[in-house]
Design a protein around this ligand. Structure first.
Ligand SMILES: [Zn+2]
Length: 170
């Protein structure tokens, strides 16, 4: 197995069934990116692109994913950053570090969705306003609808809230 130091990206409407090594498939309709683990182990890594997941940057030439990707559920336990189609390998975390990060991630996600839920109406008046825009909560619900998710999200990737380091992929 050879660790990659660069990747290519492909924007796709649907992620293909067979993935090529070294290609990051960016699927905007499903707000998800998918690639085969860059250590060469062949595991499929899914990184949801959303406020509680990863952010994707495309500068017109190359893509970056932030934060890093920690494949702690794979036997390789690889950990790397993808920045402008380059791969920077990072150290493996200890099990304790991964556990701590997951707890923090769970708390952050709970906090995020609590903030995304609108407060109850103060009054029953003016609640029949027509043409209301979708609320944040509704948009969140749309994300969570299975039809809006990747065709097969076998490796759903939860995220820790560790700001500068890593989101572990389970
Ligand atoms: Zn791997």
């Amino acid at each position: 197995m050879t660790r990659r130091i660069t990747v290519q990206h492909q924007f796709v409407d649907i992620v293909p069934n067979t993935l090529q090594e070294g290609v990051v498939y960016v699927c905007i309709p499903y707000t998800t990116a998918v690639h085969l683990c860059l250590c060469g182990c062949g595991e499929e890594v899914v990184t949801p692109i959303r406020p509680t997941g990863w952010s994707l940057t495309f500068d017109g030439v190359a893509v970056s994913l932030h934060p890093s990707i920690g494949n702690w559920a794979f036997s390789c336990r690889s950990h790397y950053w993808i920045t402008r189609n380059r791969v920077r390998w990072d150290r493996q975390w200890t099990h304790a570090e991964v556990t701590t990060a997951r707890r923090r991630e769970d708390a952050n996600r709970t906090h995020y969705f609590a903030r995304a839920t609108p407060a109850p109406a103060q009054s029953n008046r003016n609640t029949d306003t027509p043409n209301r825009r979708p609320t944040t909560a509704r948009r969140v619900t749309q994300w969570l609808r299975p039809s809006n998710w990747l065709r097969r999200e076998r490796r759903r990737a939860p995220h820790n809230g560790d700001d500068a380091t890593c989101r572990p992929v389970e």
